[in-house]
Each structure stands twice: as structure tokens, then as C-alpha cells.
Design a protein around this ligand. Sequence first.
Ligand code: APR
Ligand code: ZN
Ligand code: ZN
Length: 361
Amino acid sequence: MAQEVRGVIAPGKNEPVRVETIVVPDPGPGEAVVRVQACGVCHTDLHYKQGGINDDFPFLLGHEAAGVVESVGDGVTDVAPGDFVILNWRAVCGKCRACLRGRPWYCFDTHNAKQRMTLTDGTELSPALGIGAFAEKTLVAAGQCTKVDPAVSPAVAGLLGCGVMAGIGAAINTGGVGRGDSVAVIGCGGVGDAAIAGAYLAGAAKVIAVDIDDRKLETARTMGATHTVNSRSSDPVEAIRELTGGFGADVVIEAVGRPETYRQAFYARDLAGTVVLVGVPTPEMKLELPLLDVFGRGGSLKSSWYGDCLPSRDFPLLIDLHLQGRLPLDKFVTETIQLDEVEKAFERMHQGDVLRSVVVL
Ligand code: APR
Ligand code: ZN
Ligand code: ZN
């Protein structure tokens, strides 16, 4: 029997989001229905609402979520009703070229539910990133459910489903930060702070946080930054070089998504160092760099999608480290809110005093 629950939809371009009754079908083969317990508010949800992702309105927003599996369809063996899970948007296929080469984090045929959730009049909804979790229940592909230790609070766990995983993974998976490395992170929002926490966890000897807002730099220190640079008042490239014996950092992570901060990252790294772009640029942005510098400085210029994470490997591990007190994921939850407060959370996101607002159900 399909069920009716409440969910937050974006009805049309730039229209305010609102809570509506949505219809969640029973899980078909390979699918699962999850009772959502918490879902963070991410920039991508706002981009959907603004029509910046595509025009498939109405959207069912929300994608950084944790909850309990309620029911599963035929052929589902990896999760069962009652399992506590984090939802992911990288349910790997196991069959594409990337998967077969042993690099499933680059999978290009990831799974979502085949059936559609709808409004009560039958209008099909497009779930954000194939998840749609600002809702009491949601329908996903079973592979989108990653089991983790249920001892963790759902509001904290859900954040690993997107932005926080992107940041931690940018440092650990993409940047390959290791013991003794010097790391600089440009932009200390939720993603940048997660990169700082990831670098700290990986054993970086120096973690330099760069932002234009002193409040952000203060928070960055609590995530593991050893040094901070306000790039409004001092040149970040000079400052990072000074803090690293004149060399530059081994790994510089750009978590803003702008050409000028990318350029800073490029010049703030040591020769043969690594730049990781995890901030998301807009389509019109262009980057100009002397090709000779790209060549002459060596090293690698990488970008990081979802922190190059493999949910089945990374989520349980990071939750365990959090429960052991080694990863302060709880610090990313600035406030918990209700389903009908998502629009307000979008506004707060821009005022810059929120790392994450999390809807709890
Ligand atoms: N130099 C340094 N820091 C900057 C600059 C700049 N020129 N411009 C903005 N910032 C800082 C902001 O002060 C803020 O602390 O970057 C941070 C951005 O944080 P958020 O807006 O909270 O964004 P976040 O969720 O961290 O995402 C960062 O990654 O996933 C993408 O779409 C996301 O592009 C965005 C980026
Ligand atoms: Zn694949
Ligand atoms: Zn997201």
C-alpha cells in the first residue's frame, strides 16, 4: 500500500518551498522505503529551488539524511527493516567500466529508485540527488542505504550523506593527506571545515584555515586548524608560504568554488604539491593560469566529487571514529529545525552563521 506522508517540495523556479502531502509507493525490486529521522539543509537544495540544477520541477528536496529502513522490495539483501542507515547518492552499479577497474567511487551508473514518489494528484516528483529526504518517509534504491552504528545521533549521521563527506573526502581520499603533511583549506564553511577535520584526522602536522570571515576562522580552529589566515586583511599565498617555511602547503583544498580562490590554492602549494577543488563553480566561471606554471610547478590538480567517497567503506568508518571521539561531526549541527522551516534555513545559510541546519523528524 502506498503511503501518504509530509514532504518539502520546490514547486517552481524561485518559488518558496512548502510542505505538501506526498505519496510514497511500496518498495519495488531493489528498492527500500526509509523512515527519515534527520536531513541537513545543503546548498544544492537551494540550487534546485533556484532552477540551477535542472528544470524538472516539482522537486522533493533534501538529501543529507539518516533514518531507519521500514520496508524493502524483492531481491534486497544488504539492508533489512529496522536497520539504521545514512542515505547516499553514490549507490555503485558494480558493472560499469569504473567499477570493474576497481574504482567504484567514479561509478557512472549509480542507482536510484525506479518508481516515482508523487503528489496526491499524481504529479511525479523529482527527488533531489535521487533521495528527497525532507520527508517523513522516502523511497530510494536499496544501495543508497548505508548501514552504520545506530549509537550515533541521526542529525549528526545524516551530514555524512553529502557536504561533510565531500569535505572529509577531499582531504583524505582525493588529496591523500597523510601524517606530517602541511594542509591549507581555503573557505571554511561546512565543506571546508570538514576538510580541516579530515586533514587533522589523517595526521596533518599543520592545518591552515583561510577565510574572509573571522567567525569562520574561530570555528575552523575547533575543527583542527592549527593556524588561521584572514584573506581580506592579508595575502593568503604569502601567509601560507610563511607558515610553511617558505615552501607552500603539501595539499591545498579549495572549498569556495571561485577562480580567484583557485588561483590562491594553485600558488599556495609547494612544488609538486596537490590542489583539490571541492567548491562548486558556476557555468560562466573561467580560470586563467600561465601554462608554464602549471607545468613547472609539477604535482597534481584534482577535483573532488562527493569527496571521492565509497559510502560502504567510508560511512561506517567515519561514524565509528566519531563515536570514539576522534571526529567532531556533532559540531557541524548548528541548529535543528522542523520540516516547515526549510525556507528560513535557506535564508540563514546566506547570513553565514550556520554550518548546517538539520531538519529532525
Ligand atoms: N576567500 C576565502 N573564503 C571565502 C571567500 C574568499 N574569496 N569567499 C567566500 N569564502 C568563505 C565564506 O566566508 C564561507 O565561510 O567560504 C565559505 C563558504 O562556505 P559555505 O557558504 O557555508 O559553503 P559550503 O557548504 O562550505 O560549500 C562550499 O562547496 O559544495 C560546495 O556548493 C558548495 O561551492 C560551495 C562550496
Ligand atoms: Zn559502476
Ligand atoms: Zn548536498
